[in-house]
Write a protein that binds this ligand. Structure first.
Ligand code: NAG
Ligand code: NAG
Ligand code: NAG
Ligand code: NAG
Ligand code: NAG
Ligand code: NAG
Length: 510
């Protein structure tokens, strides 16, 4: 009774195993965790059946290490998006990630193919600026930010434009993470109608803010009378009236709960600074100053909290690298107005320039950026092992094929290099019958043959395609694995081979 039962178990296991044996990839995954799309573009492609962290997933979906998917061509991209639709998956992460401006395939694929929604032909795109799409509960506190760019006569153009580029990046980064309002002006640069250009309203529309930055660049380049020295005292008076108050009748009102000011200063005059009145601290709001270049007088006394938020930079590169520092001051800990010296608070947690993930949208096949690297179905890949061609003719072949004669018609697979002979039976048999068939078929044969054991992955691939080639209409064949009649938790090979291949055990249990 017990024995009969174990035969049944074997039967179902085999049915399960070989139903999809025309997909050479299916044997590598755990069916509960991934679905195979078969061979596309020369590699096995899988999608996880559940939503997972896109940065650390593919290694866990099968008994072979996979990598997240890289895509090399439009043809492959189309096949994959169709397979996603067929699998009922709306979108799935691919292995293309960005940090700052650098995008790369995580598996090292050097391909330059890309298929971004916004710019399909763009290679290694920079992050597409987005308004925040986070649910309100996950958004950061809303802040109004005023940037003051130094465009005085003595500021190098390179410094001035580096400040504007940094602001543009900060706008991208901050607006993707929560509601923000920006006002940006350049001081030390006068125009016929300076008020309009230099002291704009707060804007919270992404495109309008980027246009404000472009307008400032054009003004500074083409339409600007640069002045020196800078009049800090009157600048701060204007700031406090225009921006830095919370009254609804303020000339430049803002909606956020908090405000931050960021002042860049390249060449300031100490006398001038000494005459300027400090800004009044507003609750939990910050004023950040950036001393640009080693000839600028210390402007740290203008910061809020007092003397805590001054940054010193010396080069264009320093300015470019300020994003995480400024972001963390504005969104970091609440304010404390205790007097501090010149150094930055070492406890401050810096915002990182996070990894940006990407995913394929099944219905249009385009790639989209995902700033949050949210859990989603993940596409993975695996290259089937291609056996190395033998360096020279197999010497055994010259002498005699140990397997093939008119009396035997067994096949030897040189690439397996295992001295084993294989044959697929002509007739279909039950498992019990086939167990004895193998023994009695060929008495002339040197060794008694048995149902085949399958010891290695290569052997399994070889036999799989061997069986399909010989009898394409059949999806399965018996091989010599069965439950030990004396111990049902043990699986044995009929021919006595040890080491049951791990795959079968996994699937048997599942
Ligand atoms: C600073 O600038 C003021 C004009 O705003 C000027 O009168 C003064 O001489 C300057 N001081 C120095 C040390 O250059
Ligand atoms: C000031 O900065 C300039 C340009 O970066 C550099 O050449 C110079 O050596 C610096 N001077 C001092 C005293 O650090
Ligand atoms: C300022 O921040 C602290 C801690 O972050 C918070 O407890 C307090 O309510 C805030 N004050 C205001 C007026 O928002
Ligand atoms: C996916 O593509 C469809 C069709 O273009 C579009 O309607 C949908 O918004 C896209 N999904 C995402 C997440 O962008
Ligand atoms: C082996 O194949 C040859 C050629 O197809 C055939 O004539 C012969 O009968 C076969 N022998 C056996 C034992 O099947
Ligand atoms: C039965 O097989 C299992 C798995 O190989 C083994 O751990 C166990 O010790 C065996 N039990 C007996 C009684 O041999």
């Amino acid at each position: 009774m017990k024995y009969l039962f174990s035969l049944l178990v074997i039967f179902y296991s085999y049915l399960f195993l070989f139903i999809a044996s025309d997909d050479p990839c299916s044997g590598f995954i755990y069916p509960a965790t991934a679905k195979s799309f078969g061979l596309i573009g020369g590699k096995c492609i899988f999608v996880s059946t559940s939503t997972l962290n896109p940065l650390s997933t593919c290694g866990h979906l099968g008994n072979t290490p996979f990598t997240t998917l890289s895509i090399d061509s439009n043809a492959d991209n189309t096949l994959i998006s169709k397979a996603l639709v067929a699998a009922g998956v709306q979108n799935a992460a691919i292995g293309y990630t960005g940090k700052g401006d650098i995008w790369k395939w995580d598996n090292g694929d050097p391909t330059t193919y890309s298929n971004w929604k916004d710019n399909p032909n763009q290679v290694h795109t920079t992050p597409t600026p987005l308004r925040s799409t986070l649910p309100p509960a996950n958004q950061r506190k809303s802040v109004a930010i005023v940037f003051a760019v130094d465009a005085t006569l003595t500021s190098a153009n390179a410094f001035t434009f580096a400040q504007l580029d940094l602001i543009s990046e900060l706008v991208d980064y901050m607006s993707a993470r929560g509601p923000t309002e920006f006002a940006i002006f350049a001081y030390g640069c006068t125009k016929q109608d300076p008020f309009t250009i230099q002291y704009p309203y707060f804007e919270s529309d992404y495109l309008k803010v980027q246009k404000m930055i472009e307008d400032l660049k054009n003004t500074i380049l083409n339409d600007c009378i640069r002045v020196n020295p800078l009049d800090f005292p009157s600048m701060f008076n204007v700031q406090e009236n225009l921006y830095y108050n919370r009254y609804t009748n303020s000339p430049r009102p803002f909606n956020s709960g908090y405000i931050s000011m960021v002042y860049f200063s390249s060449t300031t005059n100490a006398t001038n600074i000494g005459q300027a009145r400090l800004l009044y601290p507003l609750s939990n709001s910050s004023v950040i100053t950036v001393n640009v270049g080693n000839r600028s007088a210390d402007v740290s006394s203008f910061t809020i909290p007092y003397r805590q938020n001054n940054i010193k930079v010396n080069s264009v590169e320093d300015i470019q690298n300020l994003l995480p520092t400024i972001d963390s001051i504005i969104y970091g800990s609440g304010s404390s107005s205790s007097s501090q010296n010149f150094v930055l608070n070492s406890n401050r947690v810096l915002a990182t320039t996070d990894t940006i993930c990407s995913f394929m949208n099944a219905s249009d096949g385009f790639w989209y950026e995902d700033f949050e690297c949210a859990k989603r179905n993940v596409l993975c890949q695996y290259f089937l092992p291609t056996p190395e061609p033998p360096p020279r003719e197999n010497p055994r072949k010259d002498v005699v094929d140990l397997c093939d004669s008119e009396y035997t018609n067994y096949t030897m697979f040189d690439i397996l290099d295992n001295d084993r002979c294989y044959k697929l039976s002509v007739q279909k048999k039950t498992f019990a019958d086939s167990e004895t068939t193998c023994i009695t078929d060929d008495t002339l044969f040197l060794h008694t043959s048995k149902l085949a054991s399958i010891l290695t992955r290569d052997e399994q691939i070889q036999l799989d395609s061997f069986a399909v080639n010989q009898q394409p209409e059949e999806g399965m064949f018996w091989f010599g694995l069965k439950q030990d009649p004396k111990n049902t938790s043990n699986w044995i090979y009929i021919n006595g081979d040890p080491n049951v291949l791990h795959t079968w055990q996994m699937i048997k249990n599942g």
